[in-house]
Design a protein around this ligand. Structure first.
Ligand code: NAD
Length: 302
């Protein structure tokens, strides 16, 4: 293998250690810890597993954590009232509503009801606007793009003046990461191109990239011949392509594949993220960082 592996699992550990130390320090100096509430409506197994992981991580770093489970048939008005309650709760710095919500609830209305200063997912239009302005305006960058940028920085990849090509234009990955990489500042100042399903020469654009960020949701979309020699390749895709029995637990687990043909790509790239174990572990990590930041903003430490 010629490419250096950028391990999200290792970087996650580094960042969680840093967060734990900072939480302990703030607790000692100010008598406060970050408070995070996770609101889960219904009992979808996938949502339960995401929420459980978020709660476990919040406990690990020393947060005050509230798990607020609500029945599938909760009314939209009651859910909005619950959010208002946490908006006004001084011990809570971050409010998370696990998506998807049941069909009778307008998820946009619910997400927009969260106080932007407690919107640690960074999906509220106010935070999307702050991200677009950049610099000091940014409070909570959305977690997956923030994780991608942090990985690039910690892997020591130069972004200033780099050609960055982002495959995908979703609101949660493609558009925000492109916006972040184009700003002036740490891990950015790049020349950015976004490519998507309407792009004419996908391969041609990808081949120009010093940093190629792929978030399309198509297994093995990016071929080795689309990659410039020595490029940094960040594979955001998580595609379930089958099932297997876990050697650890003996239980059935999904076989996951990224959007990049990893085995071939690693022979061309300079550095590359694996799937799983790449971008995946970074999302919850950055959620913890945003919640810590929220408390720091409140205490005037940022
Ligand atoms: P999405 O479906 O909302 O957007 C995909 C984008 O890719 C679209 O803008 C589309 O135009 C583009 N696209 C799709 N097929 C293409 C093709 N053949 N050529 C060019 N462009 C194409 O998806 P998303 O929410 O941005 O997620 C993308 C992938 O990243 C998924 O596999 C998802 O599971 C994964 N993901 C991972 C994490 C994580 O690891 N934490 C977080 C979010 C998303």
């Amino acid at each position: 293998m010629s490419a250096k592996l950028i391990s999200g699992t290792e970087i996650r550990e580094e960042i969680l250690e840093e967060i734990t130390a900072e939480v302990a320090e703030i607790k000692e100096k100010h008598g406060k810890v970050p408070g995070l509430v996770t609101i889960l409506v219904g009992a979808s197994p996938a949502s339960i597993s995401y929420v459980t992981l978020k709660i476990k991580t919040a406990h690990r770093v020393g947060f005050h954590e509230i798990q607020d489970d609500q029945p599938e048939d909760i009314s939209e008005a009651d859910l909005l009232a619950l959010i208002e309650k946490y908006n006004n709760d001084d011990s809570i710095n971050g409010i998370l509503v696990q998506l998807p919500l049941p069909k009778h609830i307008d998820d946009k209305k619910v997400l927009n009801a969260i106080d932007p200063d407690k919107d640690v997912d960074g999906f509220h239009p106010v935070n999307v606007g702050r991200l677009m302005i950049g610099g000091d305006e940014v409070k909570f960058p959305p977690c997956t793009p923030a994780g991608i940028q942090e990985m690039i920085v910690r892997a020591g990849v130069e972004t200033k003046g780099a050609e960055v090509v982002v495959v995908g234009r979703s609101n949660i990955v493609g558009k925000p990461i492109a916006n972040m990489m184009v700003q002036k500042g740490r891990g950015a100042n790049a020349t950015v191109t976004i490519v998507h399903t309407g792009t004419k020469d996908l391969a041609g654009h990808c081949k120009r990239a010093d940093i190629l960020i792929v978030a399309a949701g198509v297994p093995d979309l990016v071929k080795p011949e689309w990659i410039k020699k020595g490029a940094c390749v960040i594979d955001v895709g998580v595609n379930r392509v089958g099932e297997k029995i876990s050697e650890k637990t003996g239980k059935k687990i999904a076989i996951l594949k990224g959007d990049v043909d990893f085995d071939a790509a690693k022979e061309v790239a300079g550095s590359i993220t694996p799937v799983p174990g790449g971008v995946g572990p970074m999302t919850i990590t950055m959620l913890m960082l945003n919640t810590l930041k929220s408390l720091k903003f409140k205490l005037g430490l940022m």
